[in-house]
Structures are given as C-alpha cells and as structure tokens.
Design a protein around this ligand. Structure first.
Ligand code: ZN
Length: 342
C-alpha cells in the first residue's frame, strides 16, 4: 500500500531496548520516532536513538500530577456541592487555576526543553478532572473552588451569589455557554504559555498534544463542555495533534475503521488534509497494547492501515511497555513500518 504521506513511524513509551538488542537498528526496523515520558529522559538514551536515525519526543503530564496534592490540598478539583470531587475511577485531575500548580508544571516543561536535545514535546492529560480513557467515561462537573468562581466573575463581569450549590447550578444552567467558554479559555491559556516557553527555550522543537478522540458533537459536546478541550482555540499554539483513537479500549474492538473515521473528522474539523505544505499535522497514536480488549497480532496491520490514512502524516503505537513482551506484534509493526517506508 502507498503511504508516502506518512513521514513519522513511531513508538510511544520509552527506549525500545529489546528491539535494539536484536541487533537491528531502529532505521532497519522502520522506526524513526520515539516518545519518552519527560520524567524518564536521559541524555545518553537520546544520543543513542538519534544515532540510529530516530527523532526523540517527550511526553509531558500537564494536569495529572496527583502527587502535588499531598502538600497542596487546595489544588484539588471541587465539585458542584463545594466539596472536593473524588477522583473518578481513581483518575486525579488538578484545579486548572491553581497558580502554584501551574508554575510547577511550567517550570518542569521549561526544564525538559532546556536540559534535553529533544525534537518536540507533547502535552498529555490536558483536560479537566475526568476519567475518559475507557468505553464509558466518567465526567464529573468541576471546578467550583472559590478561586475558579472568582476568576470567572472577574474575567466575565458576571457576579455570582448564593451557596456554592446555587452558583454551580447557575453556571451549569443559564450560564453554561459562558462557563464552558471561560473554562476552555483557561485550558487554552496553558497551551499558549507552553508555546511561549518552547519558543524561548527550543524554538526548533515541535509542540504536540495527545487528545481525546471524540468529535465536537459526540457525547453532547463533552470534548469542550466537560473536558474543556477547545482544539480550534488551541490550534494556533500547536504543531501536531495526536488524536488517541484507542479502538480496543474505547469500545470499538470489532471496528478498527473507527480509527480512520475519528482521524478524518479531526482533519475536517481543523481543515487539515495532510498536504505536504501544511504547517499543522495530525499524527494519531493507535492502540496495539492489550487494554480494555486484547489486540491480536493478526490485527496489527489493519490497525496501522487505518491509522496511516490521510489526513494523518505520522503515526505512533501505544505502548512499548507492554508491547515489548509480545514479539509477534512488534514484528507485525516493524513489517508494516518497513513496508510503508520503502
Ligand atoms: Zn478550581
């Protein structure tokens, strides 16, 4: 099959040591990009991967650093009743207006760009306190902390009075559009600041984002209304959109064509076709790991086929940590990658 539009054939989840141990270089395996968690970056690994012709990208946790709450409980997201909102399915988010937390993440982001010769950095978990990485998501309404409510009032000029429950009912009722717009603006402003830091520290690096694969209208517009992800507003600050169509995890195990449909939607939504001259790119991350439902080795080619259709111009697979123990899937992946490279 012809996939000349695919320039990036990647693996997410760290240095593929087992692949290298087979005596093949990454370029012989058809792999030319590796994503590593920013906390696990090491200079010698980056040098090794680059010497084998791969680009190295960092993954950066924006709003899911739960350990921060141990010393800063006031950064916990607050529910409609004014109390701390328990982490849905154990998934802990952070209040997006907590100034100390924001500084903490911006400092870590800057440090990663200063310290490591990376080709780009990808925002991860850049959404509200919600457990959406499963077939049926769990999407509580947050954050109604005093800080968020005061900032909303200050920036919109809309006064709020009454109990927290009364205020949250109004924000989710008659003021819903204003509330959603404001919340999306908060999350977009994080992306604006990440971009400014990247431009100052390593302007040649790409800024990407791993994001929920729902369309703008699915689940009653939950992408914006619940997760506070406004892709069009974030687009001016981003280079690469890594949509996450994990078909087996998200209830589409028998329908891998869903991967291509969600990616096609994103292209229409952002007016991207995958033309060589386009500045912004779509590089899906597709699921090969067993998560939710298992993925069989025989399915790998089909998944990568759907994942590499335009408007995608790059692809990566999720995730090396568990894939490394499944050599038949790794073999199917490298076979596909070599085939579309040649
Ligand atoms: Zn808050």
């Amino acid at each position: 099959m012809s996939r000349t539009h695919i320039r990036v054939r990647g693996i997410y989840g760290g240095v593929p040591t087992q692949l290298l141990a087979q005596g093949k270089t990454l370029s012989e395996s058809g792999v030319n990009a590796i994503w590593i968690g920013s906390g696990g970056l090491r200079t010698e690994d980056i040098a090794l991967l680059k010497s084998q012709g791969a680009q190295v990208f960092a993954e950066f946790n924006t709003l899911h650093e739960a350990s921060y709450l141990e010393k800063h409980p006031d950064a916990a997201p607050i529910g409609t009743d004014g109390r701390v909102c328990p982490p849905p399915d154990g998934w802990q988010g952070i209040c997006p207006t907590h100034p100390g937390y924001r500084r903490y993440r911006m400092d870590a982001f800057r440090r990663a760009l200063q310290s490591f010769d990376i080709d780009g950095i990808w925002l991860d978990y850049h959404h509200s306190h919600a457990s959406w990485e499963q077939a049926e998501p769990n999407l509580p309404d947050t954050c109604f902390c005093p800080r968020c409510r005061a900032q909303f009032s200050r920036e919109t000029g809309i006064g709020l009075a009454g109990s927290v429950s009364e205020q949250s009912a109004r924000l989710l009722g008659e003021l819903r559009d204003r509330w959603v717009d404001w919340r999306c603006g908060v999350f977009t402003d994080w992306v604006r600041e990440f971009r400014a830091i990247l431009n100052a520290e390593r302007p040649s690096a790409l800024l990407g984002t791993f994001h929920c694969p729902w369309s703008d209208t699915e689940r009653d517009g939950a992408l914006r209304n619940k997760l506070a992800i406004d892709l069009k507003a974030q687009a001016p600050y981003l280079d690469v959109f890594s949509i996450m169509p994990y078909h087996a995890r998200f209830g589409h195990a028998g329908d891998p064509g869903w991967i291509a449909r969600q990616t096609a939607w994103l292209g229409r939504f952002l007016s991207l076709k995958g033309d060589p001259g386009e500045k912004k790119r779509i590089w899906p991350i597709v699921q090969l790991s067993d998560w939710g439902e298992n993925v069989r080795a025989e399915e790998v080619e089909t998944i990568l086929d759907y994942g590499t259709r335009l408007p995608a111009t790059g692809i990566m697979v999720f995730a090396w940590g568990s894939l490394q123990a499944q050599p038949e899937k790794v073999e199917a992946m490298t076979r596909f990658y070599r085939a579309i490279r040649d």
